[in-house]
Design a protein. Structure first.
Length: 291
């Protein structure tokens, strides 16, 4: 599963002022990332505002990215939810020919037990031969999937190949790294912890800020994979301010503001999210100009 080692990005969905999908901006952003070292792209994840994108739009976005990448880098597709049967139905109905893996979020809102998490992903693993990356993000799902449950799934199902851990919980990261089976990927979902996790044995990151600064953040992760903490932290310290800023209000409003300053796309988001505040926009603009 070396294809999922390095700096993946959780790609935004650019919108026009009328909130329709801006496919030209999407194409430009994908090409920019491929040209600047991004290892793989996650489509229709949380940062893509998948909760407010229609099924038809998801198909169009996926087709656009597949065509644009032209197999130059791997693609991971977000397919998850809190209705296990519907997740399986969507997986079976989706053309995964050009998709290298599935990112599937821990069931949200329902707050299942650890056994419920296990049975949910067991059913999903049985529904496809594609590699599955679990996505644990308790700040959004309302409940944490324990490290023991993740390790149990990793040991029991060969196509569960990794976890995007996004609880900002260093102890849980270290438990996963200590106890994981050989070859299982622990991927940081926290940009601020990505270098430390990679240095400790992680497989890199699925990043938000990385799509705006792919060369710099790819270099940071590559230094981490080589165990070069000095060079890695030199980049980390340089980027700390913007990493904090983009998550200050909501994601992806922050990173879309960065991308607007870099002239890749507008900073429109769909309700119930709102654009970054004027103060945050000003702070981000100051950083971008000085970087």
């Amino acid at each position: 599963m070396q294809k999922f080692v390095g700096m993946g990005i959780a790609l935004v969905t650019p919108f026009k002022e009328d909130l329709s999908v801006d496919f030209d901006a999407l194409i430009n952003l994908v090409n920019f990332n491929i040209a600047n070292g991004t290892s793989y792209i996650v489509i229709n994840g949380t940062t893509a505002e998948s909760a407010t994108i229609s099924k038809e739009e998801k198909l169009q976005i996926t087709a656009c990215i597949v065509k644009t990448t032209a197999k130059r880098i791997p693609l991971v597709l977000g397919i998850g939810g809190n209705n296990t049967l519907e997740v399986i139905k969507e997986i079976k109905a989706t053309d995964l020919t050009n998709i290298e893996g599935i990112l599937s979020v821990v069931p949200y809102y329902s707050k299942p037990t650890q056994e419920g998490f296990y049975q949910h992903f067991k059913a999903i693993a049985a529904a496809t031969e594609k590699p599955i990356i679990l996505y644990n993000v308790p700040g959004r799902t309302a409940k944490n999937m324990d490290a023991l449950t993740t390790i149990r799934l990793a040991r029991d199902f060969k196509n569960i190949v990794g976890v995007k851990e996004a609880g900002n919980n260093m102890q849980q990261y270290l438990e996963l790294l200590k106890n994981k089976p050989a070859g299982f990927l622990v991927i940081s979902g926290d940009d601020d912890l990505a270098l430390g996790i990679t240095l400790a044995g992680g497989a890199g990151v699925i990043s938000v800020i990385g799509q705006a600064y792919p060369k710099e953040f790819s270099d940071l992760i590559n230094f981490g994979l080589k165990g070069d903490n000095k060079e890695g932290y030199a980049i980390h310290f340089r980027m700390m301010t913007i990493i904090d800023a983009i998550f200050e209000e909501n994601n992806p409003a922050g990173v879309k503001t960065v991308l607007k300053e870099l002239e890749f796309c507008g900073n429109e988001v769909r309700l119930p999210l709102v654009k970054a505040s004027s103060q945050l926009c000003s702070d981000i603009a100051d950083f971008v100009r000085s970087f």
